[in-house]
Design a protein around this ligand. Sequence first.
Ligand code: P53
Length: 480
Amino acid sequence: MQQNSFPKKFLWGGAVAAHQIEGAYLEDGKGLSIADVVTAGGNGIAREITEGVLPDRYYPNHEAIDFYHRYKEDIQLLKELGIKVFRTSIAWSRIFPKGDEEQPNEAGLAYYDALFDELRANGIEPIITLSHFEIPYHLAEAYGGFRNKKLIDFFVHYAETVMTRYKDKVKYWMTFNEINNQADGQHELHTWTNSALRFEEGENKEEITFQAGLNELIASAKAVKLGHEINSDFQIGCMMAYVPVYPYTSRPEDLMASLKVMQRRFFYSDIHARGILPGYVLKYWEKMEYQIDYSEDELQALKEGTVDYIGFSYYMSGTVTTVEELQGYPIADFPQAKMLNNPYVSASDWGWQIDPVGLRYTLNLIYERYNLPLFIVENGFGAYDQLTKDGKIEDGYRIDYLRKHIQEMKAAVLEDGIELLGYTPWGIIDIVSFGSGEMEKRYGMIYVDKDNQGNGSLKRLKKDSFNWYQQVIRSNGETI
Ligand code: P53
């Protein structure tokens, strides 16, 4: 009989990031992080990066959902939900407040000891991202972020410190969250949050972002190698944002454009997984006369620190065309083409195109490319929720999104033979949106009473999707 549930070891879970949940932004010796100087934006309104923390501005990450103090209560809800793994990040500036210290902050280390112990005592295994948009602010100010090679050593020292400290408490790690978000070098929020970069007038953003990205890949590879020495059971992955970009028409040039746009994102996982600089990017640097600095030793480090699995986020897909008559949005790193909305899929209120089949396609695409186990470490539906008078959140639209994605993921595992470690939907509890800084772009199965202005009791409530996901996990994906 054909199997209708997931493999027994499949890791059902939920995902968040420290800066989007913890709050307590200066508590117990924590230093400012790059997320602490980003103001709230809105749907279609960009967040602003300020010079330090300004007294008259609102920074939603400073308090977030106060998980720092409420984690015990939240873990009880997660236990009830039935998740086996919980993906979060360590806030780097809790451990090294400025980033360049020799000695770590013991209070910060002790906090994560307590958090991981509490999770494990409740049957939930932590999965840890080392750098999820939380680089210590001082490293941006004093060193210019990851354009500076010194950050490689600071990151490796941080990684070694926490991997050693938590070697018996954490098995699954990821180095840099969505490292490829910055690919085109043009998006201010992404180059800031990925690499702590600021640019001077006249600088070539793309060239500097390539340098910063390569420095991160070197830092990541060194951390992977060290991690395996610290505990040979560690599973250390990369973390990529996968947004498959389809050719809009069957015009051969559109297919080629889609390939080229994808290569620029694959650049990061190609290095993470294969340990070599791909030919397409070396040729591009040559053509653009970019001076990217790397040594023989660093190339060797890339080879020695390839990842154990590919962790990735999947939310949406896109399309691209070269047909002149078609109207679209420009692509910064591929001016010959433009992006268009896909007429065959719908979109969220934030314009993210909903495409469950694209998840199955992506799983196949990445698995064929690297032959490594995969881990869907983010997937979810950002939406406005209504709290009914009797305290319910009827989020059938979220269930619909997740159900369709899980169905496609199931087909990838049961029909296509993809080796998939697990699934941790994003923002399992409502959190501050990364892109917009809103509280009301909600992903959670647990509602948090707080609005975009920061008002609310912070009370937690179960949504309809909570009960639904609980059943999915209980049946190991047989009942979706
Ligand atoms: P928000 C772009 C494309 C895919 C995922 O995003 C992205 C982004 C960046 O906006 O980010 C990831 O909160 C990221 C999370 C983030 C989540 O997706 O803008 O890893 O930190 O919260 C959802 O709706």
